[in-house]
Design a protein around this ligand. Structure first.
Ligand code: FEO
Length: 170
C-alpha cells in the first residue's frame, strides 16, 4: 500500500501523462496538416511515449494494490501558431512534466517512501533526456529550419524517428 498523498499525486500524474499524449497528438496533426510529415512523425512518437509513461504509473499503482482513478482528459489548450512556437511550447511542456515528477519525488522523500523514489528515478532521468531532446529540436530549427532546403532536410531526418518502448520494467 502507498500513502494517500502519493496515491493522489500518481493518479493525477496518470491524467497528466495522458493529457501530454493528447497534446502531442494535436501537435502531430498540426504538422501533418502542413505536409511536414517528418515533424508529424516526431510528435507521433511523443504521443506513444507519453501514453507509455501513463501506463507505467498506472501499473505501479496496480502492483501496489492501489485503485486507479481515471479522470477526463482535457482538450489540448495550447494555440499552435507557427513551427518555432510549437517547438518552444514542447520544450516548456517537458519542463512542466519534470516539475510534476519532482513534486511527487519531494513528497515520497518526505514520507521516506524509498520504493516510490526508486520508481521515480527512471522518470527523473527520462525527463532530463526529454528536455534535452525538445530543446535540441528548437535549436536545430532555429539554425536550419527557416531556410526551405534546411527545413526539408530536418523534416526528412525527423521522419526516421521510431518508438522505443521504455526500458523500465515494473
Ligand atoms: Fe511523460 Fe515527455 O514525459
Amino acid at each position: 500500500m502507498l500513502d494517500k498523498r502519493i496515491v493522489d499525486l500518481i493518479n493525477s500524474q496518470i491524467n497528466k501523462e495522458f493529457y501530454s499524449s493528447y497534446l502531442y497528438l494535436d501537435m502531430s496533426n498540426y504538422f501533418y496538416d502542413q505536409n511536414l510529415n517528418g515533424f508529424g512523425n516526431w510528435f507521433g512518437i511523443q504521443v506513444q511515449e507519453e501514453y507509455a509513461h501513463a501506463m507505467l504509473f498506472l501499473k505501479y499503482m496496480l502492483n501496489n494494490g492501489e485503485k486507479v482513478v481515471l479522470d477526463a482528459i482535457a482538450k489540448p489548450d495550447i494555440e499552435l501558431n507557427n513551427i518555432a512556437q510549437v517547438l518552444e511550447e514542447t520544450y516548456q511542456h517537458e519542463l512542466l512534466i519534470s516539475k510534476w515528477i519532482n513534486d511527487i519525488y519531494v513528497v515520497a522523500y518526505e514520507l521516506k517512501d524509498f520504493k516510490t523514489m526508486q520508481f521515480l528515478d527512471w522518470f527523473v532521468k527520462e525527463q532530463g533526456e526529454e528536455e534535452q531532446k525538445s530543446n535540441d529540436l528548437c535549436k536545430r530549427y532555429e539554425l536550419f529550419g527557416t531556410d526551405a532546403r534546411g527545413l526539408y532536410m530536418l523534416d526528412a531526418e525527423l521522419s526516421t524517428r521510431v518508438f522505443a518502448a521504455p526500458s523500465l520494467v515494473i
